[in-house]
Design a binder for this molecule. Structure first.
Ligand code: PMP
Length: 360
């Protein structure tokens, strides 16, 4: 066997472009167009004046951040796990909770969903099955209920709202899936929940097999800080911590702990910013509809839209030529669609003007 045969080979996740040019309207990776909570800037100023802050290892439990989040979401600190973006949290969740999946009882997730799921499953050799969304891009809960689908499973994960479609699965349907699978962990990835969808967090009181994952990257305008978290019962969180501390104790750096804490404490900024983005989204939907676009109803900070007369690739290129970047996935069922992040009102007006010009 050559050294090359002994290597773990993976097909990595492909993230959206982070362009080097300035003066571009960047609507391809669902970042927030507004600055983070004011307390974040103050925390950064404090850090600059605290010369010992970087000299020591950070608090490996990120205690101030965990406590601030526990207060915000009315859970115990032991029910919280924080990580370096929700990608870090999710990667550790796959490693921890889906270890028992087999070919007969695979991990289930939708066919159109966050494209990191099959990458992690492949990386960790977790058998998985993609369950097709319905034609309207909604999840049919019956597909995840073994007694109805005939499909046994060893774990379930889906984003809610789903990505890249933006479609929300109602709380009763989420509960049906969690209730029907008491012997495996169900992870609801709520990266986009804060723009008007309902969180599964209240279900934690009734179900010990549920884990909810959220992020500071979208609704808290902190994609660059890399802060994500999971909330579940203490036992689940304990297992997740055991795996994390078997891997790398000091993942979250001290500046991120401090600025994440400042953000978590500012509920008023959070409500105002997410509300503003949701209002812009609704206005943008009306403009898109008037231009002849079709799209599933989105509860996220993006809209997933196609135009009957144009291919997704052509529209993306035409927008790019006008210095507007959106995401296009060259994949079955969705290659005609563009995922357009919601920016400021002004940015979305410029997108509408550009689309009007392209369609003319
Ligand atoms: N889940 C979903 C559904 C996402 O779209 C993203 C963003 N790429 C993430 C998780 C990860 O985001 P982050 O690591 O920035 O928290």
């Amino acid at each position: 066997m050559s050294w090359e045969d002994r290597i773990r080979k993976v097909e990595p996740y492909v993230a959206g472009e982070q362009p080097k040019e300035k003066d571009i309207i960047k609507l391809n990776t669902n970042e927030c167009p507004y600055p983070p909570a004011p307390g974040v800037e103050a925390a950064i100023r404090d850090l600059a004046g605290d010369s010992s802050a970087l000299r020591l290892y950070p608090d490996m439990d990120a205690t101030p951040l965990v406590e601030a989040l526990a207060a915000q979401y009315h859970v115990k600190p032991d029910q919280l796990f924080v990580g370096v973006g929700s990608d870090d949290v999710l990667a550790l969740c796959f490693l921890t909770f889906f270890a028992g999946c087999t070919e007969e009882e695979p991990l289930l997730f939708p066919d159109i969903t966050y494209s990191f799921y099959d990458v992690w499953a492949s990386l960790y050799r977790i058998p998985f099955r993609r369950i097709p969304l319905k034609d309207d891009f909604s999840i049919d809960p019956a597909d995840y209920i073994p007694a109805k689908s005939g499909q046994a499973c060893g774990g379930i994960i889906f984003p809610n709202p789903n990505a890249p479609t933006g479609v929300e699965l109602g709380q009763e349907a989420v509960e049906q899936i969690v209730a029907a699978n008491p012997d495996c962990i169900v992870i609801v990835d709520e990266a986009y929940v804060d723009f008007g969808a309902k969180t599964a967090l209240p279900l934690l009181e009734k179900y010990d097999n549920l884990l909810v994952v959220q992020t500071f990257s979208k609704s808290r305008a902190m994609a660059g800080a890399r802060v994500g978290f999971a909330i579940g019962n203490e036992k689940l969180i304990g297992y997740l911590k055991d795996v994390k501390f078997s891997f790398n104790s000091y993942t979250m750096n001290l500046p991120s702990i401090r600025i994440g804490t400042a953000s978590a404490k500012d509920a008023a900024w959070f409500a105002e910013t997410t509300g503003r983005i949701a209002a812009t989204r609704e206005r943008f939907k009306a403009e898109l509809r008037a231009l002849g676009f079709e799209f599933p109803d989105s509860r996220a900070n993006f809209v997933f839209a196609r135009h009957p007369a144009f291919s997704g690739a052509d529209l993306q290129a035409a927008l790019r030529a006008r210095r507007i970047i959106v995401r296009h996935f060259n994949k079955p069922r969705i290659s005609d669609y563009l995922r357009i992040t919601i920016g400021t009102d002004d940015q979305m007006d410029r997108v509408v003007d550009a689309l009007r010009e392209i369609l003319a």
